[in-house]
Design a protein around this ligand. Sequence first.
Ligand code: ZN
Length: 185
Amino acid sequence: MSLNNMVQCSRGHQHYGKNGAAGIILYRYRDDGQVEMLLSQRSANVDHPNTWCTIGGLVNDGEQTFQAAIREMQEETGYLIRQSNIALTGAAQDNHGGWTYTTYFATPNHNVKIPDAFKLQTSEITQVRWITRKELGHYPLHPSFLDHTVRLMNTMLQRDYDPATGAFCPTVNFTSILPKRWTQE
Ligand SMILES: [Zn+2]
């Protein structure tokens, strides 16, 4: 990553990638009715080392954000997303003013097994794991992921359900892991 590919957003952060960044969150139901999402742990060599976040990366020149998200998934995990193996269910933009992270949400239509389905690029991520909403608070999360993406989890992912009754569960309360300024709003 070269320094001339850095931008300062209107919030005053320094970001890599003048075209912004994009990633994709694959999610699915577990047998217990909870939705789990595929997240990655960043390597020790990158910024915010060892934190967990969306699998994604920089948008290249001339590239659409969804193309970038698919390419990054393949480069970092070896998992190739095709139109035939996922259903794209939503997208959300974290717009900092001058720099944007676009997150896509998709559900695979086949069983994605760890580790069989993945060949990790360990210079960038050290592991991937299926994590439920309730488990998010047990992981050190990347600040931007925590700041923006976590609060979308109740609306962008399907609700958990009780397999005994089929009834949807109450939405997950993220108050304890969200930054203070939200809980005060
Ligand atoms: Zn920013």
